[in-house]
Design a protein around this ligand. Structure first.
Ligand code: HEM
Length: 413
């Protein structure tokens, strides 16, 4: 039977049990790279490919308001976050984040994070065993908080790192991980909202032009300041995803362990290779499985349709591993990005289309900048990789090497 015409049963449960493979497995049957399914009780259409990216990001097709399930808002993004806005409201709020694309800001954050990394390495060299995923989280928390202008006394990096990581780790799974994520979010939203109020009252001074100052003063319109809780949500929407780069740090360590030849080029300070390595880590390793939006008008894509009120899904993990786009998608090969930088709508680990007009991640340059710098530092670090469970389970969203990538015998370069 034609894959488009099979009777549709709700696939929410298979999604939770199959993880990253859920959509790509179904796409395999479709030459047109389109799948009709049902999700969260609604008809859904999943699409893939650079043209499909443009189709998905067309605001006449898809809105985000009402698209993100409450458990994801209550853990990952926060209620009222920029991710849930459409049209003028989205553009007004996105103004807060677009300066993050500015190369000077990216360089500033990278300096803070690499300084925190270099300090941490001395501490690691005195320890028996270091779990890179956990330690990278603390390093990134220290760096991003200093860069964002948070006063030192407002930041206790280790518990804050644990909470920011928990919000990401628990958004897609029922059970204890999800509960941890909810508790972490309510704790940090409350603390951050108090900090915003202190900045507004003058009790705390935020450096001019810092992220803290800009969020505290932001207005969606001249008569619409953000309430302190929403401002806290958006400040956390800078801190949390920056700290989430620790997933990519653990993946980078995994890649250098499995394919050690890349270490030499990174060590040698080959900048173009470091950029290519950062892109390949973001392409190859699984992070965001797919993106979804609420369909606002009946849509048809390559002969398959979904009615208004349904869901349109963009198969992010599948596209980053699509043979037609990458040739050898399951080979880790940074060189693929040396001859040619990725097309705007080809490599989409952080969304597609234009970040200035759509929902694409405004932190993509930050992510690449941090990964370039940290991959070089990892490659120059001397350590031993003891026996451990380095499997990366595709059923777990988000996934990572099971052990978090432990190392022993760290020696600073
Ligand atoms: C949006 C991934 C790092 C801030 C997104 C989206 C993805 C993503 C998939 C959704 C795109 C869409 O809905 O169309 C990632 C990954 C990161 C990362 C995998 C690295 C671990 C960052 C950083 C920042 C950031 C470093 C800020 C410093 C945001 C914001 C949005 C967003 C504010 C919402 C944009 C909007 O709705 O307009 N990110 N991101 N992200 N990201 Fe990132």
């Amino acid at each position: 039977m034609d894959a488009h015409r099979r009777p549709l049963t709700d696939r929410t449960l298979p999604l939770l049990t199959e993880g990253y493979a859920w959509l790509p497995d179904r796409m395999r049957d479709s030459a047109d790279r389109v799948v009709r399914t049902r999700l969260l009780g609604r008809p859904a259409l999943a699409v893939r490919g650079p043209d499909a990216v443009r189709f998905f990001y067309d605001e006449a097709h898809v809105h985000r308001h009402g698209a993100v399930p409450a458990p994801v808002l209550d853990t990952l993004f926060g209620q009222g976050a920029v991710h849930t806005l459409d049209g003028d409201a989205h553009r007004a709020r996105k103004e807060l984040f677009l300066p993050l694309l500015d190369p000077d800001r990216v360089a500033g954050l990278t300096e803070h994070v690499t300084a925190a990394w270099d300090e941490a390495v001395h501490d690691w060299s005195g320890r028996d065993r270091v779990v890179l995923f956990d330690e990278a989280g603390v390093v990134l928390t220290r760096g991003v908080c200093r860069w964002a202008g948070l006063p030192g006394e407002a930041v206790d990096a280790e518990p804050l790192a644990r909470d920011l990581i928990a919000m990401v780790d628990g958004f897609a799974s029922p059970g204890p991980r999800h509960l941890r994520a909810r508790r972490a979010r309510s704790r940090q939203e409350a603390r951050t909202a108090r900090l915003i109020e202190d900045v507004r009252s003058g009790a705390v001074t935020a450096p001019d032009g810092s992220v803290l100052e800009r969020v505290a003063r932001h207005r969606d319109a001249p008569d619409r300041p953000l309430d302190a809780r929403t401002a806290a949500v958006e400040l956390l929407n800078v801190l949390r995803p920056t700290v989430a780069v620790s997933w990519f740090v653990a993946f980078s360590a995994h890649a250098l362990h499995r394919w050690p030849a890349h270490r030499e080029r990174l060590r040698a300070g080959d900048d173009a290779f470091a950029t290519a390595f950062a892109h390949e880590v973001r392409r190859f390793y699984p992070f965001a499985p797919f993106l979804g939006g609420r369909v606002v008008t009946d849509l048809t894509w390559r002969g398959a349709s979904v009615p208004a009120g349904g869901i349109l899904l963009l198969d992010v993990y599948g596209q980053n591993h699509d043979e037609d786009l990458w040739g050898d998608p399951y080979t880790f090969r940074p060189e693929r990005f040396l001859d040619r930088p990725p097309g705007r709508d080809e490599l989409i680990p952080q969304g597609g289309a234009d970040p200035a007009t759509g929902h694409r991640c405004p932190g993509e340059r930050i992510t690449v900048g941090l990964l370039e710098a940290l991959a070089v530092r990892l490659a120059r670090l001397e350590y031993t990789v003891p026996v451990q469970d380095l499997r990366i389970p595709l059923r777990r969203i988000p996934t990572r090497p099971r052990s978090g990538f432990a190392v022993t015998g760290v020696r600073a370069p």
